[in-house]
Write a protein that binds this ligand. Structure first.
Ligand code: FAD
Length: 152
């Protein structure tokens, strides 16, 4: 099957946008991701999918913890920055939740311990057990057919 056809089909699924953050060996790292979903209520589990070329893979493998920061429609610049889509450097201020770096003013900061990981094809799925949650009001940043958008 053609890669472009597969990508185009997946792009028909409208999603929110997150930045995954972690801290490994005292170095904070962030990466934009939309492969995220809730898995279980009891226990409280989520899943993220990290490509094998992403530096984030080693970081989470080392730290065994990550934060899913769900972005608001005012944080498109952060999404582009953490996807490496812009050249200019952005000074990002992180806040700390339970000793983990989180993106300020996100709609939600979901702090997780890695419970399991599964290598599937060219990605690794990390199952995270949620330890801390912080919520803020706002509207979501969206992603559809490779383009950012807003609900309203
Ligand atoms: P790098 O490419 O090295 O870093 C990414 C960017 O973040 C760089 O600009 C870097 O300077 C900056 N950065 C990192 N840490 C910090 C810090 N502490 N302070 C300031 N800046 C910092 N890929 C996936 O694997 N899974 C997905 O689900 C996924 N979803 C995506 C959804 C969208 C909407 C987009 C646009 C991209 C998505 N990607 C996804 C691709 C992924 O975001 C990029 O490939 C990314 O560049 C990989 O990051 P990296 O860990 O290799 O780190």
């Amino acid at each position: 099957m053609d890669d472009r056809l597969f990508r185009n089909a997946m792009g028909k699924f409208a999603t929110g946008v997150t930045v995954i953050t972690t801290k490994a060996d005292d170095v904070v790292h962030g990466m934009t991701a939309n492969a995220f979903m809730s898995v279980s209520l009891e226990p409280k589990l989520v899943v993220i999918s990290i490509g094998h070329k992403a530096r984030m893979l080693d970081k989470i493998t080392t730290s065994k913890r990550f934060v899913v920061n769900i972005l608001s429609n005012e944080q498109k610049d952060l999404s582009m920055h953490f996807a490496g889509q812009v050249k200019e450097d952005l000074l990002v201020e992180f806040e700390t939740i339970n000793n983990m770096p989180a993106i300020k003013d996100s709609l939600a900061n979901i702090v997780c311990n890695v419970k399991a990981s599964y290598v599937e094809g060219d990605h690794t799925l990390f199952i995270g057990e949620v330890t801390d949650l912080l919520l803020n009001d706002g509207e979501p940043l969206t992603y559809f057919e490779g383009k950012y958008g807003k609900l309203i």
